[in-house]
Design a protein around this ligand. Sequence first.
Ligand SMILES: Nc1ncnc2c1ncn2[C@@H]1O[C@H](COP(=O)(O)OP(=O)(O)OP(=O)(O)O)[C@@H](O)[C@H]1O
Ligand SMILES: [Mg+2]
Length: 275
Amino acid sequence: MIVAKNLHKTYRRNADMVRVLNGIDLEVQAGEFLSIIGASGSGKSTLLHLLGTLDKPDEGTITLEGRRVENLTGWERDRLRNEIFGFIFQFYHLLPELTMFENVMMPMMVNSNMWNWWGKRKEARKRATEILERVGLGHRLKHKPRELSGGEMQRTAIARALVARPRILFADEPTGNLDAATGDGIVSLLRDLNRQDGLTIIMVTHNLELVSTTDRVLRMHLGKIEPYRASPILGHLAEPVALAIPVEALDEFGEPAVTLPFSESGKLEPLRASG
Ligand SMILES: Nc1ncnc2c1ncn2[C@@H]1O[C@H](COP(=O)(O)OP(=O)(O)OP(=O)(O)O)[C@@H](O)[C@H]1O
Ligand SMILES: [Mg+2]
């Protein structure tokens, strides 16, 4: 569905050059739930922004269903983002003057002109209320962002990303500010949308329990992307999903120094009995 080839991105700031992506190749299938991990600053958000046409690579190509998209300009890019993509940004990007309800309505309004909005606004209101209820915010429709907790803003941002029924969801740490139970709820919502509606999801996360529920895990490191590898040592563990990683086992990047049992392809390996 999405194929990225040889993506390069370097940020320049005065004399400083920060080479963030250094030849990324990535193929995402329709209906896949892919997760991306990697140390802070490794370029995960940058990659999502490029794939979602919010920013352009210095070099390389991105195709969506066979069509080149990395060089689209103007309304074609806007249309793609409004109709096909949903974004959950790492820092929410909610509009401060709008209520939660209005923030969530926004993508549907953007997709309409004044004339067809009139016909569809009732349906749109119902949809916005429904999705806010699904993320557990039915009681916060009239609040503005400053009146909400971080986790509530995050859940509003999730509702906003999903409201227009995108086909591809880019989720940048969607559970970063949520307690474990709320985070689990959000991920099972994403899972349902993935299984039932065939929503393709590309999710960046630091939460290793969450990645183990996704179809494939990739890791960004030194500007490249690689499958998150199997560990021969832990390959026999009966419950890799529930594995708690003690702090001492994290490396200098805050990532586990021990690796969870994913296979070469990045998929979770079938469990094997030890011995
Ligand atoms: N607009 C920009 N101008 C200059 N440097 C930038 C810009 N955006 C990102 N960078 C740099 O690029 C690197 C990668 O940033 P990015 O946001 O993609 O990392 P990340 O993997 O998402 O990190 P985190 O896990 O902390 O969110 C960082 O070192 C950052 O400082
Ligand atoms: Mg980021």
